[in-house]
Design a protein around this ligand. Structure first.
Ligand SMILES: Cc1cc2nc3c(=O)[nH]c(=O)nc-3n(C[C@H](O)[C@H](O)[C@H](O)COP(=O)(O)OP(=O)(O)OC[C@H]3O[C@@H](n4cnc5c(N)ncnc54)[C@H](O)[C@@H]3O)c2cc1C
Length: 463
């Protein structure tokens, strides 16, 4: 069966369902898994030793594994579930630069030059990951579609336009300001008050991207051990001892690539839990919509995001027939059906005419926010890491996985340092009164909603 055919066998809406919004067979499995299903449990145990042990088989861990194995290192990747159990096969497949950080607060914290260097990494990561896609053994269905960022209010539009004028050019970011009167070329909705268009962003199929990276890492000689959660670590660089669900392993170097899933290691990686905020993100897929209707909703075929607190992100699926709608249904975990109802409300606030559409999929995954809004790469207590992508890791995670591999490999033959990035100046500190359970998110949710009311953003009606 071809990839496209397999994806099309994903659940379709039944003629009769339990309610107007749901297809009878709505599944909590990501839409992406129809074309690239998780591998069945292998029964393989880790070898006794490795040069480098990598915890986590998502984009970060596999990219690090690929580049280390290509350089001749014996690499073992240990994954708590099947490879890709985390965000890497669950995301929206939007590839671009999505730093949440803005120049002014970042410059206040780190200085103007370092802040600019951090923000410039976004474009570097996009270029680098695009080139990586071209050398993987699986087609990730990547297209440079562009992305439209819709302004939720007139004030938001003013701020976006000022950013595009004053900040973006110096950061090497290509962007066009789209006044409300011209947005019909980008979106079949009148909700927004104009927005920005980023022509070099794109869309891909994240689970096929992950599959390509997994195959490439294995082809280069990396071993990937599934269902082998790392539950304890001891030792130091040069002689790490790891306890996993499938037996022990010793390694000279240890990489943590768990991003939003620090809790999967129990206390073993508490040092990262204390530095990152795990936040769930949610996505729904609709039943097939029909070609003409899709064209009127997505006239440019772009990726879409907006400035509202619910942070909607949505796109056509790679075959153009369904809408995939993601958002921050909540900053805290929610049952998929409850999340789906909230995302459907978001969708109807943009496209009120879609009330008859059934939902076929609803799933979730964790992202990791950092306290300063930028990713972090380096070593803490001897453990290497790259993490904290703040919800935008499709380009950044593979790129920093590669940079991490360069760091581990050390200076090149001429003695030049490898693996440096703009993020080297960022401080990755544990937070007082915080152990990994983000008790403050409920308050933050209320703050965001109050602020957006004051900024003139229309409330999302409940349907
Ligand atoms: C719903 C959703 C939508 C998103 N949409 C986008 C988007 O459109 N564009 C974009 O740029 N980004 C998006 N992101 C973010 C992006 O997916 C992530 O930033 C990226 O996948 C992070 O990759 P990673 O390899 O670091 O982490 P992950 O893919 O989360 O992998 C971490 C892995 O580590 C494993 N692990 C953790 N602890 C242990 C342990 N102790 N032992 C063994 N294994 C362990 C986990 O099981 C997991 O598989 C989205 C994320 C989500 C959840």
């Amino acid at each position: 069966m071809t990839t496209a055919t397999a994806a099309r066998t994903a659940p379709r809406a039944a003629a009769t369902g339990p309610g107007p919004a749901w297809a009878a067979e709505m599944t909590e499995t990501p839409f992406w898994h129809a074309a690239a299903p998780p591998e069945p449990p292998s029964g393989r145990a880790p070898p006794a030793e490795a040069d480098v042990a990598i915890v986590g088989a998502g984009f970060t861990g596999l990219s690090a594994a690929l580049h280390l194995a290509e350089a001749g290192r014996r690499v073992v990747v240990l994954e708590a579930g099947p490879p890709g159990a985390g965000a890497s096969t669950r995301n929206g497949g939007m590839i671009g630069w999505g730093h949440k950080a803005r120049l002014a607060p970042l410059a206040k914290r780190y200085g103007e030059g370092p802040a600019r260097a951090m923000l410039r990494e976004a474009q570097t990561s996009l270029n680098w990951t695009r080139a990586l896609l071209g050398r993987l053994p699986v087609d990730a269905l990547h297209r440079q579609t562009g992305r439209f960022l819709g302004a939720g209010s007139a004030l938001h539009f003013e701020r976006l336009a000022a950013w595009a004028r004053d900040e973006a050019p110096a950061l090497g970011m290509e962007v066009e300001v789209v006044p409300a009167a011209e947005q019909a070329a980008h979106i079949g909705s009148e909700l927004y008050r104009g927005g920005l268009y980023f022509p070099n962003h794109g869309l891909l199929h994240p689970a096929l991207f992950h599959k390509g990276l997994l195959e490439a890492a294995r082809n280069a000689g990396a071993e990937v051990i599934d269902h082998a959660a790392v539950t304890a670590i001891a030792g130091a660089p040069g002689a790490w001892r790891l306890a996993t669900a499938k037996g022990p392993l010793t390694a000279r170097e240890l990489v943590w690539a768990g991003n939003g899933y620090a809790a999967r290691g129990g206390r073993a990686f508490a040092r990262f839990a204390r530095r990152l905020i795990p936040v769930p993100s949610f996505i729904i897929a609709t039943e097939p919509v029909g070609e003409n209707r899709m064209r009127s909703l997505f006239p440019g075929g772009h990726a879409h995001v907006d400035t509202r607190a619910a942070h909607s992100y949505y796109r056509p699926c790679p075959w153009g027939e369904r809408i995939l709608w993601g958002g921050r249904a909540s900053l805290l975990p929610l049952p998929p059906r409850v999340a789906a109802a909230r995302l459907r409300d978001q969708m109807l606030s943009v496209y009120p005419e879609l009330g008859d559409l059934r939902l076929t999929h609803s799933w979730t995954g964790n992202v990791a926010f950092s306290f300063d809004g930028v990713p972090h790469i380096g070593q803490i207590d001897g453990v290497w890491h790259a993490c904290g992508y703040n919800g935008s890791g499709v380009a950044m995670a593979p790129y920093l996985g590669m940079r991490l591999a360069e760091r581990l490999l050390g200076p090149d033959q001429g003695g030049a340092v490898r693996g440096s990035t703009g993020f080297d100046a960022a401080r990755f500190r544990a937070q007082p009164l915080y152990g990994g359970n983000p008790w403050f998110l409920r308050g933050l949710e209320i703050y965001y909603r109050t602020r957006e009311r004051l900024e003139g953003v229309a409330r999302i009606p409940r349907n």
